[in-house]
Design a protein around this ligand. Sequence first.
Ligand SMILES: [Zn+2]
Ligand SMILES: [Zn+2]
Length: 323
Amino acid sequence: MTAAGITAPTIPTEPAPRSAAPHGRGRGCLITRRACFSASHLYWLPELSEARNRELFGPCSLAPGHGHNYELIVAMAGPLDADGMVLNLSDVKHAIRREVTEPLSFRCLNDTWPEFDLSRPEGRLPTTEALLLAIRDRLRPHLPIVGLRLYEQPDLWADLRVDPAADPMEAFLTIRTHFAAAHRLARPELSQAENDAIYGKCARPHGHGHNYLVEITVRGPIDPRTGMVCDLAALQRLVDDLVVEPFDHTFLNKDVEHFASCVPTAENIALHICDLLKGPIAAQGAHLHRVRLQESPNNAAEVFAESPVLDTLPAALAALAGA
Ligand SMILES: [Zn+2]
Ligand SMILES: [Zn+2]
């Protein structure tokens, strides 16, 4: 799977040998490895009152904390060795286990690494994105990582580009939600026969429906104390108020004003969601990076709100991870 706008990371290669290289030796390749662990965490800043912690972090501030089953995807790149591998996967597995999953599994993240010691002024909350930064710092000396993804749950994940040119504190955060809606694909200025010719069954007069999945990716620097790219609860509220609530259980052509004059293809719905969210997300201090709208298991549309400002390794990771 490829997506428009994806720029492959720079993968070191060795000069092409004169004779055919055995087992692809010297040619560049990107590989991924998945690892899982379970851990708990608590969002509580000691310098804030109980009321302020509750206000900022909601139920995540309730003692003694709560847990997640985390899923980590490590993307690495490099030239193939004489054995036809970028790295020996056994070495990769052991490095991830030693540096990440053993120190974190079945522990409270707040009590693991010094990054999360909130009694220190430089300590920060163990959010998904802050945890991914700490994982990057532990894996980078051992593995040629180019990108990382960490799922806190299937509907919430963070991505990091591991690139000397990227802001070391910058991360991407994605939330996924859904709505159900009906639509009809037809341009009102055309006849039914003309619309049938363009849109096929999707032009039938009384419409049809989908269970849409929406992914919203924001980008920004991680706050050094809260460990957050943006206020997650506020982001979820924006998506609920501006997208899910007005779109869910509607006939898009008739119930959403924009689609009275704009054909509600998956592409146009994704673009409209992008337009609705871009300003309000900027007002929260983050940048809307990507909107992905999955209409059915077979088709999806992606809009890169900042394209072509950034390369889009997180999308490349999604493709590679089969997400
Ligand atoms: Zn949590
Ligand atoms: Zn449809």
